[in-house]
Design a protein around this ligand. Structure first.
Ligand code: MG
Length: 465
C-alpha cells in the first residue's frame, strides 16, 4: 500500500513537473556494476599492470571518487542497497550467517520496496537490466517484477551451480573449465539457457546493453548493467584470454573495460553523451581468498566479506560530459545509496515516503556545492560492525573476512583517521574519546530510528532452478 502511494505520489509530481520539463530534458541513466572488483584493480586507481583505457578515459572525462563505498561487503545486500537507497537491514536482504541469497533460496527483494527503475518509470523512463540480479531468482522476484521492462542475465553468482561432476573444493575455481559451471541465463522471467558459455558472458551482456541503448534512444532510459565478473570462476572471450600482463584476472577486467568502452562509444555515436549520466562501481571489494583469481584493494585493508575498508570502499566513476567537470577527483565520501537518491531526483521522481539512507550528491557531481553527509554504517550481515563519521571510522567489532567464525568486540572501539590512514593501521582511540562519543551517539541515533525487517535470506526451496 505504501509502495502504491509512493508511486502515485511520484506520478502526480510528474504531471506537475511536465509544465516545466519535457521527457526529453531528463537524462538517460546507466549504472555499470562490476562484481568483486577491488579498489585497486583499475589503471585510474593505480593498478600497475591491468590495462583499463576506457575506464581511465571515463574518469578523465568525468569524476573519480577516492572514497566511494558499496553499502555492503557481499553481493545480495549490496545490490539491495543500490536498488532501494536503504540499508539492507531495513528490507531483510541480509543475514549474519547466510550473507547472500543462494540458488536454493526462496526469498527475494520484498514487493513493497520501491526500486530505482520503478521510480524512473513513473517519470516516463524505459528501463532495462542486463546481468547478475541476485535479489531473488524465483520468477516472482526477478527484475521484471521490480520495475524493469526487460531483463537478460544470470539470476545469481556465476559460481552458484557447479556441475555435479565438477571437482570439489577450490580446484574447480582455478580450472577455467566452463563445463564445471551451470548457472543459467534468464530472459524476462524464463530460463533461456541452462548452461551458457561463460567465456562469452561479458561480450553478450555488452551486446545486449548496446542494443537496448540504440532501441531506446528516443525516450529517456535507465539501464542497469551488472556484470557477472570478476567474480570467480573467471572467464574471458578469445579476444582477451591470455592477453593481459596481469594474468586471467587482468584478462577479465580488461574485457569489462572494453565493455564500458562499447557503451560509451555507443552513446557518443548516437549523440547521447551529453544527456546521459553513466556510473561505474563494484558491489564489494576483491575476493582475496582466491589468490591470483581475486583482485586487489590497493592500499586498503582486507577485501570482500569484511567491514575493513577493502571490503566496501570501491571504485566510483561518474560521467556526464558538459555537466560533470572533466578530469575531476572527488575526495568527499559517497556511497551506492546516494546513487539511488541522486538518479531518482535527476529523473524527476520524488523519493519514497519510507526512510531513504542515500542523499542527493548532485552538488558534488556538478561542482555546485557541498552536501550534508550523514554517518556511514558498515554492516556485516545484519550486524553493525563500524561507523564512519567525517574523517574518522570506529570499529565496534572486527573480524577477518574468512576463517574466523566470531567477531572480536572492542570497547572502546578501534578508531582510525581514514583520511590520514586509509590502510587502518594506527588505532587512535586512546587519544580521541570525544570522537568516540560522537560516533557512539550517531550509532545510537541510527539504531533508534531503525525498523529491522525479517530476513529474506533464510528460507529455502528443495530444488534449484
Ligand atoms: Mg560481489
Amino acid at each position: 500500500m505504501l509502495k502504491t502511494l509512493s508511486i502515485l505520489f511520484a506520478m502526480c509530481a510528474m504531471t506537475a513537473g511536465a509544465l516545466t520539463a519535457s521527457a526529453s530534458d531528463k537524462p538517460n541513466i546507466i549504472i555499470i556494476y562490476a562484481d568483486d572488483l577491488g579498489y585497486g584493480d583499475l589503471g585510474c586507481y593505480g593498478h600497475p599492470t591491468i590495462r583499463t583505457p576506457n575506464l581511465d578515459r571515463m574518469a578523465a572525462e568525468g569524476m573519480r571518487f577516492t572514497e566511494f563505498y558499496s553499502t555492503a561487503e557481499v553481493c545480495t545486500p549490496s545490490r539491495a542497497a543500490l536498488m532501494t537507497g536503504r540499508y539492507p537491514v531495513r528490507n531483510g536482504m541480509c543475514h549474519d550467517k547466510f550473507r547472500v541469497l543462494r540458488n536454493n533460496s526462496k526469498g527475494g527483494l520484498p514487493k513493497d520496496e520501491v526500486t530505482l527503475p520503478e521510480l524512473l518509470k513513473t517519470q516516463g523512463y524505459a528501463t532495462g537490466m542486463v546481468g547478475k540480479w541476485h535479489l531473488g531468482h524465483l520468477p516472482e522476484h526477478l527484475p521484471p517484477h521490480h520495475g524493469f521492462d526487460s531483463y537478460f542475465g544470470m539470476p545469481f553468482s556465476n559460481d552458484m551451480m557447479p556441475a555435479p561432476d565438477a571437482p570439489k573444493g577450490r580446484e574447480r575455481f582455478f580450472a577455467e573449465n566452463n563445463d564445471y559451471w551451470k548457472t543459467p541465463l534468464i530472459r524476462g522471467t524464463e530460463i533461456v539457457e541452462e548452461h551458457p558459455d561463460q567465456r562469452q558472458l561479458t561480450k553478450r551482456y555488452s551486446d545486449e546493453a548496446v542494443r537496448f541503448i540504440k532501441e531506446k534512444k528516443n525516450a529517456p532510459f535507465f539501464l542497469y548493467v551488472a556484470h557477472s565478473f570478476p567474480h570467480v570462476p573467471l572467464f574471458a572471450s578469445e579476444n582477451f584470454r591470455g592477453k593481459s600482463p596481469a594474468g586471467i584476472y587482468g584478462d577479465v577486467v580488461e574485457e569489462l573495460d572494453w565493455s564500458v568502452g562499447q557503451i560509451l562509444d555507443t552513446l557518443r555515436a548516437e549523440g547521447l553523451d551529453e544527456k546521459t549520466l553513466v556510473v561505474f562501481s563494484s558491489d564489494n571489494g576483491p575476493w582475496l581468498i582466491f589468490d591470483d583469481h581475486g583482485g586487489s584493494a590497493g592500499l586498503l585493508k582486507e577485501g570482500k566479506g569484511s567491514t575493513w575498508e577493502g571490503g566496501m570502499r570501491v571504485p566510483g566513476i561518474f560521467w556526464w560530459p558538459t555537466k560533470i567537470p572533466a578530469g575531476s577527483i572527488q575526495r568527499e565520501m559517497a556511497n551506492t545509496m546516494d546513487v539511488f537518491a541522486t538518479c531518482a531526483l535527476l529523473g524527476g521522481a520524488t523519493l519514497p515516503e519510507t526512510k531513504i539512507d542515500g542523499i542527493d550528491i548532485s552538488p558534488l557531481l556538478f561542482g555546485t556545492g557541498t552536501v550534508d553527509r550523514p554517518p556511514f554504517m558498515y554492516y556485516r550481515g545484519a550486524t553493525l560492525y563500524a561507523c564512519r563519521l567525517g574523517r574518522w571510522k570506529a570499529h565496534f567489532l572486527t573480524q577477518p573476512a574468512y576463517g574466523t567464525p566470531k567477531a572480536e568486540p572492542h570497547d572502546p572501539p578501534q578508531l582510525y583517521q581514514v583520511k590520514i590512514d586509509p590502510g587502518e593501521r594506527w588505532d587512535r582511540a586512546a587519544l580521541n574519546p570525544d570522537v568516540i562519543a560522537q560516533i557512539k551517539s550517531a550509532v545510537e541515533q541510527h539504531r533508534a530510528g531503525l525498523q529491522m525487517a525479517p530476513t529474506q535470506l533464510e528460507e529455502t526451496v528443495a530444488t534449484a532452478p
